[in-house]
Design a protein around this ligand. Structure first.
Ligand code: 13P
Ligand code: SF4
Length: 302
């Protein structure tokens, strides 16, 4: 593995490339990553970098987002099968139909969506800025796609704004049930429970903190508590255990694993960078139309 890591690092330098990694990736990817974080942080880094090549250790919509806002760069997705089950729950036709059924209402799209879908929306958001973005629209009603859980959580938090949601969800987070949280409270009465808002809103309501993957990590960094129940994908727990060995972290369920996120390997990163394969490309018209809603989000979240 050491050899592999050295080879990737050398190639990165030779080719002026950077590696962006989501915190759900296999933890060894961090050894070669320039930036590790949540969806918002990684899209900001994709926008700001001077690199010629971005290798995205994440899933397809993330690499597509990077290409959308940095079109002059070569964006590589080391494993082409790394998709997002939630993003796949709405396609362009379904998006058009949803808007037709609810005309003249601003549309917010969660970043977990394809460029074709984003092209039909007004503004994008991630789990870390969703409340701010929806508020910024100053509208009593918004359409929210594709994550119904996140949309309903926003509605609960921003009292007075109606959030009309599409029926998508993340199967990893959607599988957490109220009884799982109740059991964890009983078993670990001194632990703080930190929840990702892709969980059902009734789950988020039970958390000591609700936020993005980076938000959860930041909460732990600032906290004096010693025990945490983590209600998101396992990659976050792996990193917390590595970075805070004196604290205890409990993953809410063993099956909190996003299979797509785990597809990327160091071998594939090396191969894609060496041969510059698995490049993400976009139709220019779709790119421009989807860039608008990502750029608008980045401006609001500054
Ligand atoms: P964040 O990284 O924005 O917390 O989102 C989690 C996720 O599901 C990424 O696909
Ligand atoms: Fe998509 Fe869920 Fe995996 Fe995130 S965790 S990439 S939302 S399937």
């Amino acid at each position: 593995m050491k050899n592999l890591i050295e080879k990737i690092k050398k190639l990165k330098e030779e080719k002026n490339a950077i590696i962006l990694a989501h915190s759900y990736q296999n933890i060894e990817i961090d050894e070669v990553a320039d930036f590790v974080g949540d969806s918002l942080y990684l899209s900001q880094k994709a926008k700001d970098t001077n690199a010629d090549i971005i290798v995205f250790a994440g899933v397809f919509f993330m690499a597509q987002t990077a290409k959308t806002i940095s079109p002059e760069k070569k964006v590589l997705l080391p494993n082409r099968n790394a998709g997002c089950l939630m993003a796949d729950m709405i396609n362009h036709e379904q998006m058009i139909e949803f808007k037709k059924n609810h005309p003249n209402i601003p549309v917010v799209c969660y970043i977990n969506s394809t460029a074709e879908v984003k092209a039909e929306c007004d503004i994008c958001c991630t789990s870390s800025n969703a409340l701010k973005i929806v508020k910024s629209l100053n509208s009593p009603k918004v359409l929210f796609i594709p994550d119904a859980n996140l949309g309903k959580w926003i509605e609960k938090k921003l009292k007075g704004i109606e959030v009309i949601t599409y029926s998508g969800n993340c199967p990893v987070h959607n599988n957490v049930e109220v009884r799982d949280i109740e059991l964890a409270r009983k078993k670990y009465p001194n632990a703080k429970i930190l929840i990702h808002p892709e969980c059902k809103p009734e789950i988020s309501a039970l958390g000591d903190y609700v936020g993005s993957t980076s938000g959860i990590i930041e909460f732990v960094r600032k906290s004096k508590d010693k025990q945490f129940v983590i209600v998101t994908e396992k990659g976050v727990v792996d990193r917390l255990k590595r970075d805070y060995p004196d604290k205890k972290f409990i993953l809410i369920k063993n099956n909190m694993i996003c299979e797509s996120m785990k597809l990327t390997t160091l071998e594939e990163i090396l191969y894609s960078l060496e041969h510059e394969v698995n490049e993400v490309t976009l139709d220019e018209d779709i790119r421009k139309r989807s860039a608008h809603c990502i750029e608008r989000m980045l401006k609001v979240s500054k």
